[in-house]
Design a protein around this ligand. Sequence first.
Ligand SMILES: [Zn+2]
Length: 319
Amino acid sequence: MNYKKMKKVELHVHLDGSVRVPTLAELAGITIEEANAKAVAPLKCHNLADYLTRFELPISVMQTKENLIRIASELAMDLKDENVIYAEIRFAPHQHTSALTLEEVVDAVLEGLAKVDLKTNLILSMMRNDSLERNKQIIDLAKKYEDDGVIGVDLAGDEATYKTSFFEGLFAYAKEKGVKYTIHAGEADGEVSIADAIRFGAKRIGHGIRIISSPQLMEYVKENNILLEVCPTSNVQTNVVSEIKEHPINRLVHSGIKVCINTDNRTVSNTTLSDEYARLNQAFDYTEKDFMTFNINAINATSLTDEEKASLINELKSN
Ligand SMILES: [Zn+2]
C-alpha cells in the first residue's frame, strides 16, 4: 500500500518538533549533521523529559517573523506533499516571544500556513512548567483568534513532573471562555492523568495510551466518544512503549475506543504520517479501511462545523 498517496488527516503535530533539518541548519548556522544530532531524538530516549531537550534548537531559531513564516509554510508543504488534507498544528506561542508579541507570533505562523493550499487550524499549547497567568494568556489568545485559524488550546510539556491535576483552574477558565481543548495525558504519567483530563472536560486526549491499565476508564472513554490522538513512534522513543509491536493501540482499537494516528513531531521523531501508517500495517496488519476509520474518527472529534466535516470525509473517500 502506498500510504503517501492515501489521503489523510493529522490532529497532533507540533510545529517546533517538525522543522526541516536543512532549514534548522541554515537558520542556526550549523551543519546538517549538527542539526540532526541536536534535533532528532534517538530511537530510545530515557524518558519524555529527555525527548523534550530536542526542542531547544528549533525554538532558538523560531524567534523572528520571517523564520516562523518560513517554518510554518514548509510544514504545510510537507503535509500536503504526503496528501494530508487537513491538519491541526500545535505550538506554544510563549516560547517564541524573545523579540515578538504573542499576536505577532500567531500572525506569522498563520501567514506561513496561508502560503500553502491546505486546510489547517492551529492549536495553541500551554506549557506545564508555565505559570497560571501566562497559560491563561494563551486561552485569551485562542479566543481572540477563534474565527481566524485557531481552533483551541492544548497542555504540553513534562507530564511526569507537572501533574495534570495541577491545572483544574486553567481548564475551568477555558470552559468559561468557550475555548475548546485537547490535553496531553497518559504519556509520561498514568491513568490518573487521563482521568483528570477527562474530569476537566477534554473530549480529545494527546496520547492517552496508558489508559490500557484501567478497564473502567477505557469503558468510559469508549462510551463518551473521547478520541485518543495516538503517536506510535514518539511513544517508543519516550519509552512509554518498548516497540511498535507492543503498542497498546491494537488493544484500544479492538476494545472499541476511537483513536487517530499522528506523528507528534516529524523531525524530533524522524517520521512522517505515511511512515506511521506503514509501521502500524507491519505490526498489526491494519488495512486501508482501518486507516479510513481512524481518519474519520479524527474528523468527527474536531471542532469543525458539520459541513466542514462532511466535506473532508467525502474527500477522504474519494481516495
Ligand atoms: Zn505531543
